[in-house]
Design a protein around this ligand. Structure first.
Ligand code: TXD
Length: 319
């Protein structure tokens, strides 16, 4: 059986980390693409040279021409400009929308059968635009944010409870932004929901509220510390988990920015919801029942995603 082909569109901090992880996990051969000359080639060579030490077999190459992504099974898109301190995700919108137009055209021409995972911010609007620019089926264009936001939530919870991260599950819904909705009721330690853990005295409601807020601000906290860019280790690991679920038909249930076609009473919109990812791409959108407060928060988050979509339409009327 031939190896899978993974195309990484954007070879910056996340792109390079994606290539490294895809190599270590032997997910397939890897093509790094970027407009910056030398960057994808240099990273490909460097990571390929780690192969003999780590013991993985993967062909790695770098390119500045879209023809190199031809026939890719998975495309992971990080092309664009990252956030600088003080800059909101929305400030990025104008620049990155133009990038999505070029990336969409490249994927349409050379990898129309790929499963596409978009990471570029502002995420929910960029993945929506990328699906339209590329013309690929909605089942095959998805955005990565929920796995990362949930991972941040899980990390903070595991630290608070002093238990393994493996036993903490968490659910984050909504857009990838300050309005994201960490669902406390559906987040657990070994199946015990967080509200029960508060009753059991494992933590206080105040501490839990602070963790929820820290999760919402998770990206900004790292931007503030790094000063020269945004997070990349955890974002890359999160996208790889999604790619692996597709390539191995694992049918993982993961939160992702998915195209809604009537679910949650919404249409023609990408927003973070639980989905099943398998060989058919997004095989199912899981529609959970939200209580009053959760619904209000989700609607607020959807409202901010819609605002970004309107801003995109203002720039690119074809959307
Ligand atoms: O949860 C999430 N979705 C995110 C999103 C978490 C963290 C960061 N998130 C966003 O990912 C971030 O706001 C950025 O929009 C992307 C990529 O972040 P990264 O840290 O990898 O940014 P870099 O290092 O600046 O890399 C971007 C690369 C860089 O090498 C540019 O030369 C390249 O993108 N670039 C392009 N490549 C191809 N085609 C075009 N047009 C292009 N323009 C820039």
């Amino acid at each position: 059986m031939a190896r899978n082909k993974i195309a990484l569109i954007g070879s910056g901090m996340i792109g390079g980390t994606l290539a490294h992880l895809a190599g270590l996990k032997e997910l397939g051969d890897i093509v790094l693409f970027d407009i910056a000359e030398g960057t994808p080639q240099g990273k490909a060579l460097d990571i390929a040279q780690s192969g003999p030490v780590e013991g993985f077999d993967a062909r790695l190459s770098g390119a500045n021409d879209y023809s190199a992504i031809e026939g890719a099974d998975v495309c992971i898109v990080t092309a664009g400009v990252p956030r600088k301190p003080g800059m909101s995700r929305d400030d990025l919108l104008g620049i990155n929308l133009k990038v999505m137009e070029a990336v969409g055209a490249g994927i349409k021409q050379y990898a129309p059968n790929a499963f596409v995972i978009c990471i570029t911010n502002p995420l929910d609007a960029m993945v929506w635009a990328l699906q339209k620019f590329s013309g690929l089926p909605k089942t095959h264009v998805v955005g990565m944010a929920g796995v990362l936001d949930s991972a941040r939530f899980r990390h903070f919870l595991a630290t608070e409870f002093d238990v393994s991260v493996e036993d903490v599950t968490a659910f984050v819904l909504g857009g990838h932004g300050d309005t994201m909705v960490p669902l406390v009721r559906y987040s657990t330690v070994a199946g015990i929901p967080l509200p029960d853990l508060v009753k059991m005295g494992w933590t206080s409601q105040e501490k839990l509220d602070a963790i929820v807020q820290r999760t919402r601000d998770g990206g900004a906290e790292i931007v503030g510390l790094l000063k020269t860019g945004s997070a990349y280790y955890a974002p890359a690991a999160s996208a790889i988990e999604m790619a692996e679920s597709f390539l191995k038909d694992k049918k993982r249930v993961l939160p992702a920015a998915a195209a809604l076609t009537g679910q949650y009473g919404l249409d023609d919109l990408y927003v973070g919801v639980p989905v099943v990812i398998g060989a058919g791409g997004v095989e199912r959108v899981v529609e959970i029942t939200l209580d009053g407060e959760e619904k209000a928060q989700f609607e607020k988050s959807v409202g901010s995603v819609k605002g970004l979509m309107d801003a995109c339409r203002g720039i690119a009327p074809s959307l």
